[in-house]
Design a protein around this ligand. Structure first.
Ligand SMILES: Cc1ncc(COP(=O)(O)O)c(C=O)c1O
Length: 417
């Protein structure tokens, strides 16, 4: 690890939690440079929903490179982009009666959320964005302004104006948090300007696996419509089938104006797409530009993966089935150690267990790594052990990983009991 310790910036993060030099990876298994095998319960924080190096996508990319097809195209028309667009429209948008334009932003999630907020401001002529407590939307300055976790925010970064936070569903226990937002919007004395948009995750991944109910999301949509506010759903982490259906908001039946997609869409390649209600598409040509929009290899992989996994609802059913397996283990641990006051959280395969003891979840995650299981923690206080498996994980690997997780959870729990 010396070269990393000596030359890589202090900013490095995951390398500290998982200190080994990774080399190969297939599906839900990773191998380090010494050939040691690790089970992946992290899935690149939602980037590897289809596992590492999914076979069909890899084969298609190899062929694409071998044939010397266009690798870098800015936002020019390419055969790879055309094939992706046609497949995405046919397999994802049309079956859901969704009419959206696609914008390929710079290839990170944060660039996509930036683009969504800029466009919402332009389209409405308003400035304010409303974000929610414990939201996470990325680390460029606009995206950071709507990210709640104090650990990422620093006064020295300068102004983060034109953003207001409102309580997310469940933030105030059983209280209807939308009522507060509604009062602020309705009362001219609240001090809240008319917002251009709200930006929301349906399940807050980094923020601690907080699930918004369908009723809350429907209420939010209604409030947005009433006040001419655009609804941005950030589906970067929990889209692409993570909650079962392709989009996380499908169960709630809402129609966001802007949808941010990234992470798993490119099957592990950098790629981000902003879906835009055509009425809101007020960009002039090249107005939100960037060198790496339209990553050909990502288009090739994305097309293959959508063809493979979204031509029917098999993957959705698999997510529901595997979710029950993970939840059963987590509920068992919660019930085994009632004194810890742990809570099982999540929906689909965005699941975790929250234990309100400082350092507990980090200890479990570190102990899991010792046993060759990679899993992370989340939440503003780092209280949640997040089990983020590939949607395609084989049952035997899933059970092997869950057994390891349960063992280390018990070990740490006994120390704290
Ligand atoms: C919901 C959400 N939005 C935005 C981002 C930022 O994406 P990126 O890290 O690719 O910039 C993330 C990353 O974890 C995310 O989970």
């Amino acid at each position: 690890m010396e070269v990393f310790d000596e030359y890589e910036s202090e900013v490095r993060g995951y390398i500290r939690s998982f200190p080994t030099v990774f080399d190969k990876a297939v599906g839900s298994e990773l191998f380090d440079e010494d050939g040691r095998r690790y089970i992946d319960f992290f899935a690149g924080a939602g980037t590897l929903n289809y596992g590492h190096n999914p076979e069909r996508a890899v084969e298609a990319q190899i062929q694409y490179l071998q044939d010397r097809r266009i690798a870098h195209g800015l936002d020019k028309a390419t055969v790879a982009k055309k094939a992706f667009l046609e497949t995405f429209i046919e397999k994802i948008l049309e079956p859901r009666q969704m009419e959206y334009k696609l914008q390929f932003t710079g290839p990170t999630g944060t660039n996509c959320t930036e683009a969504a907020m800029k466009l919402a401001r332009q389209a409405t002529g308003r400035n304010l964005i409303v974000a929610f407590t414990n939201g996470y939307h990325g680390h460029t300055m606009g995206a950071l302004a709507v990210t709640g976790n104090q650990a990422y925010r620093d006064e020295s970064y300068g102004a983060r104006g034109a953003v207001n936070f409102m309580p997310f569903d469940g933030f105030l226990g059983d209280m209807d948090t939308l009522y507060i937002f509604e009062r602020y919007l309705d009362d001219k004395g609240s001090g809240l300007e008319a917002p251009a948009a709200v930006i929301v995750e349906t399940v807050q991944g980094e923020g601690g696996i907080n699930v918004a109910s369908s009723a809350w999301l429907q209420g939010l949509e209604k409030l947005c419509r009433k006040h001419g506010i655009l609804l941005i759903v950030d589906d970067i982490q929990v889209g692409n089938g993570r909650t079962g259906k392709f989009f996380s908001f499908e169960e709630a039946g809402i129609r966001p104006d802007l949808i941010c997609l990234s992470k798993s869409i490119g099957g592990g390649n950098p790629m981000a797409v902003l879906l835009i209600n055509p009425e809101v598409d007020v960009w002039s040509p090249g107005e939100h530009t960037g060198t790496f929009r339209g990553n050909s290899l990502a288009f090739v992989a994305a097309k293959e993966l959508i063809d493979q996994y979204w031509s029917d609802d098999h993957l959705t059913q698999e997510v529901y089935r595997k979710s029950e397996i993970v939840l059963e283990t987590l509920r068992g641990l919660r019930d085994e150690f009632p004194q810890l006051n742990s809570r099982v959280k999540g929906r689909g395969l965005v699941v975790g267990i929250e234990t309100p003891i400082d350092g507990f979840a980090a200890e479990v995650s570190a102990a899991a790594f010792e046993r060759m299981l990679i899993s992370e923690t989340c939440g503003a206080d780092g209280h949640v052990n997040k089990l983020f498996v590939a949607l395609t994980i084989e049952d035997d690997i899933l059970r092997e990983g869950l057994d390891i997780f349960a063992d280390v959870f018990r070990e740490v729990a006994r120390k704290h009991a």
